[in-house]
Write a protein that binds this ligand. Structure first.
Ligand code: ATP
Ligand code: RIB
Length: 308
């Protein structure tokens, strides 16, 4: 049966500048080309879940502007339910300026707009979408007090909560008490725990740190190296990434989270298998340009899995 996934998060229009190399501070350089596409960590994660077959619901905000209409259409076209997206009259739709160099590395500057103006009362009436949901997912491009309010409600509805603490930011300590699964990358993990990720021991220590704060499961994404997981009962391991030629890693992490939620059992009993699927999905995303346009469908992921 398909999973029911609720994503609380950001919605951005991304503008990508394709450059040979990043500018130095104070330097002006010319971009080789420029492109625009739907993005935002929340929206990308929701689309990744929906394209992998999950019934997906979104909680977020856009401005009362053409970018907001464009993003609502992009989400609806992907089958994401948008009834809990607020149209904010006072703040513009979020946006991101992505600089992408010839090696496929990116720098991203975001304007939060309506995303950052969200307030906890916006989750007062989300009981309908939480009913029967498997997962509620959030990130750090919307205010943490909104995620906290939503995660508290999720626990009342027996929904497993997944926190992707990205982009790297200090955390409201109380949020961890309501988080079941935390999924940072290496640098986000180190910022939250104070433990540098150098080897397996450092990742196990990080898992202990989070478990003491109430988070049962840790998934650390390691870019082209793969994902480390640690679950209760001394269940841990490294699942390697697929070897591919990456041209643009924007939304690799988002594809991972969304695709994972479409396959994972809510008690994480099938975590190792679900991590293979999620990483195969991300390996396809990094081979395409742009955030949302490069997120694969279930058919493409399954075909790629059959190839290996
Ligand atoms: P981003 O911010 O670029 O979206 P992230 O830092 O949140 O990504 P990463 O750990 O870089 O997350 O990537 C998430 C997953 O995507 C990895 O665990 C891996 O499976 C896949 N991935 C990322 N980069 C590559 C790559 N170069 N080759 C193959 N797979 C990759
Ligand atoms: O994770 C990728 C996303 O981060 C981009 O789509 C951009 O909008 C930023 O939010």
């Amino acid at each position: 049966m398909s999973k029911k996934v609720v994503v609380l998060g950001s919605i951005n229009v991304d503008t990508t500048y394709h450059v040979e190399r990043f500018p130095q501070p104070g330097e002006t350089i010319s971009a080789k080309s420029k492109s625009s596409a739907p993005g935002g960590k929340g929206a990308n994660q929701a689309v990744a879940a929906a394209r992998s077959g999950a019934k997906t619901f979104f909680i977020g905000a856009v401005g009362s502007d053409s970018e907001g209409e464009y993003m609502l259409e992009a989400l609806k076209d992907n089958g994401v339910d948008v009834h809990h997206i607020t149209v904010d009259k006072y703040h513009g739709t979020g946006s991101a300026a992505v600089t992408l160099d010839a090696e496929g590395q990116n720098d991203i500057m975001i304007y939060g707009g309506a995303n950052q103006a969200m307030t906890p009362d916006l989750v007062d009436d989300i009981g309908d979408v939480l009913d029967g949901a498997d997962f509620l997912i959030s990130q750090f491009e919307t205010p943490q007090d909104v995620a906290l309010a939503a995660f508290k409600k999720a626990k009342e509805h027996n929904v497993t909560t997944i926190l992707n603490p990205a982009p790297a930011h200090d955390i409201l300590p109380e949020l961890l008490k309501y988080t079941d699964v935390i999924a940072p990358n290496e640098s986000e993990c180190a910022l939250l725990t104070g433990i540098a990720i150098t080897d397996e021991d450092s990742m196990l220590k990080s898992a202990d740190y989070f478990r003491k704060q109430g988070v049962k499961h840790l998934l650390i994404t390691l870019g082209s190296k793969g994902v480390f997981y640690s679950c209760p009962g001394d269940k841990y391991g490294l699942v390697p990434a697929f070897k591919v030629h990456a041209v643009d890693t924007t939304a690799a992490g988002d594809t991972f989270i969304g695709a994972l939620s479409s396959q994972l059992e809510d008690d994480l009993s099938n975590v190792a298998d679900a991590l293979v699927y999620a990483q195969r999905a991300s390996s396809l995303t990094v081979q395409g340009m742009g955030a949302m346009p490069s997120i694969p469908t279930a058919d493409k992921v399954k075909a790629a899995l059959a190839e290996k």
